[in-house]
Design a protein around this ligand. Structure first.
Ligand code: SF4
Length: 316
């Protein structure tokens, strides 16, 4: 079953841009498409604009951002776009969307640093968010959203794809089974992941889960999903991953002989120094877990966050 993920249609290769072209991203359209069921959306075409079409931009008028024609600011598409976005995002939400890939710099789809003009033609420093994506992020604050260009960065790419798989895992784990037990089980599988991504969130989520019996289960799910997805947005790094690896090493203290322990320590140290990818110690841990099964460790998503074929941990 492929994971439902929204996407700016031009990033998937559809010729919907204002100039009649596209912005196809090979990694997305070929590699991720094997795992993600993309739901392409072009909001500008969605509100009835033709392709090709005159360029549009965001204009700040007395603190209000309007989507207008670049050449003719009287061509105001703001209201139509707000109505379209609201309806489309509600539809997507009902499909339990697990992520969204947006096209950078677009006044409609961009996620950050989109040019925001003022009347004299200058731009406001720092820019803004595209009008569709702003609504998307406000209505679904737990949703992993990333720009096509930023996916070229191996760390950002890994973090985004991991979050999509994690949210899908959450939905799948609770599908028709929204019980306290199912949430606690899910949380338990992500303990090492949380430790690697953000220790403070690991602790606060632990405290939240400890109070689960006091909550209405629907309310708990909503609070948990947001806190969990916000926590894993923090990027794990060499230092935090090393802490987790050393924590895992503790489970093997009495199970490995001297040479095996030394080999494992050497891999962890070499990973920490940047001489080896994370995959190296993780692979050895998996090997030792086959010899010495441990239910808790084997259930940890830290060891198997997404299909290895995506090769996302090669450069981490
Ligand atoms: S950036 Fe968004 S609005 Fe522009 S062409 Fe791509 S999908 Fe359409």
């Amino acid at each position: 079953m492929r994971i439902p993920v929204g996407i700016s249609a031009c990033v998937l290769g559809q010729n919907v841009r204002f100039d009649g072209g596209h912005k196809r991203n090979r990694f997305v359209a070929e590699d991720l498409a094997q795992y993600f069921q993309f739901q392409p959306v072009c909001p500008e075409v969605g509100i009835g604009l033709p392709t090709p079409r005159p360029a549009i931009r965001l204009l700040d008028t007395d603190g209000e951002q309007r989507l207008v024609g670049t050449k003719d600011a009287n061509q105001d598409h703001t209201q139509k776009m707000l109505i379209f976005s609201d309806k489309k995002i509600t539809q997507l939400q009902e499909q339990e969307l697990c992520g969204y890939i947006v096209c950078a710099k677009s006044p409609t789809c961009g996620m950050e640093r989109v040019k925001l003009y003022i009347a004299n033609g200058n731009t406001i420093p720092g820019g803004t968010i595209g009008i569709f994506t702003r609504q998307l992020m406000e209505k679904m604050p737990w949703l992993p959203v990333e720009e096509d260009g930023r996916l070229q960065d191996p760390v950002l790419r890994e973090n985004f794809v991991f979050r999509v798989f994690a949210l899908h895992d959450l939905y799948q784990s609770l599908n028709g089974n929204l019980t306290r037990e199912a949430i606690v089980k899910f949380h338990s599988r992500y303990k090492l992941v949380l430790m690697a991504h953000n220790l403070t969130s690991y602790q606060s989520l632990g405290r939240l889960v400890a109070t689960i019996k006091e909550w209405d289960i629907e309310d708990f799910f909503i609070a948990y999903r947001l806190q969990f997805m916000t926590a894993i947005k923090h990027k794990a790094n060499n230092r935090t991953n090393t802490n987790v690896l050393m924590h895992m090493q503790g489970y093997f203290k009495r199970l490995l002989d001297k040479e095996q322990k030394a080999e494992l320590t050497a891999l962890i140290i070499n990973y920490r120094k940047g001489h080896l990818p994370l995959l190296a110690p993780v692979t050895l841990f998996k090997h030792y877990l086959q010899q010495h099964p441990n239910e808790y460790l084997q259930s940890q998503r830290f060891l198997n966050p997404y299909p290895e074929e995506l090769k996302l941990r090669y450069s981490l």
